[in-house]
Design a protein around this ligand. Sequence first.
Ligand code: PLP
Length: 394
Amino acid sequence: MIYADNAATTRMSEAAIRKMVSVMNENYGNPSSLYRFGQRAKEILEQARADVAAVINAEPREITFTSGGSEADNQAILTAAELGKKNGRKHIVSTAFEHHAVLHTLKKLEKEGFEITLLDVHENGLILPEEVAAAIREDTCLVTVMYANNEIGTIQPIKEIGAVCRERRVLFHTDAVQAVGHLPIDVKDQNIDMLSASAHKFHGPKGVGFLYVRKGIRLSNLIEGGAQERGKRAGTENVPGIAAAAEALKEAAAAMEANAVKLSEKRDRLIGGLKEIPHSALNGDAVRRLPGNVNFCFEGIEGEALLLLLDQKGIEASSGSACTSGALDPSHVLLAIGRVHDVAHGSLRLSIGEDITDEDVDKIIRSVKEVVAYLRGFSPIWRDLMAGKKAFIL
Ligand SMILES: *Cc1c(COP(=O)(O)O)cnc(C)c1O
């Protein structure tokens, strides 16, 4: 079996599992308890906070642990909205291809009277800082742009966008769930005010994430209750999960450069092989993309069928499409970069992990070639394309 869906989730690292189990066994105290056993749990929590902060060049008190990337995105955006409301600023700038944790939160705010500008994404999956600058108005309270896209892997010019926001005195949040642990991040140098991360995307446990919020910004809480996390996120802390998340992140940070070199080499081998398939195209920029991300469209086929047949061949991948309310909608990300519906339906995302070998890559290429040819064999769209009744797009 070749697991090529690391953008969906990753395998926990051995060190993270060991850490989690040891904390569960030996340090099950409540960090809010005053006896030594509780205080030991508190120390573990604070060490994890310091470790996480160090990786992105933040201060420990600027880190709030959450239940994951979705919660961090929600909290960041609702915080900016809350602050904006106080100053009569109810306009938010974002992009059309954000994660649903961002897009759905913005939709909710729209119903509450906020105005949302979703910037168009260029065909290569990038937006330009100038476009962000042009979209900012007097009443803009937040710009939220994802660091790296979870489907097509493109990496945005975060530092430049951050600079634009700083200059215009607008808060800047980035959903960096796909980037943390994979790309070097420096929140100070990159002018980032708020940043979301999720442990299960960097070989940590599921259900743990964090939100970086620059000091001086008053965070609003989503969950009311006790005074945990400086009163900004009530509920007894998930100490084993948080400790394991920090362990996984330290490990990922230490191996980041080596992993990036290895992964991008495998990624480019994979892209080179899949490009040989006629009427196919890489989605997203070839260079400014996550080291482990490959995303293709193949004309004349359905992504779902491709996935199921690849699964039978021992390859676990993902398609861009999501099955929403019974209707098969093509990916909003692929539509945002200008793929038409028919083409967007035939998409495949392969997000490879550090343990992938050249043999695995070659097996993936062989299998995708076989399956695409097989599916085209009985695709009515492909028949029309071949008969000249329909024009090829790719
Ligand atoms: C996975 C992901 C999320 C959601 O994170 P969870 O921890 O699963 O809630 C948000 N944004 C991006 C870009 C992601 O890839």
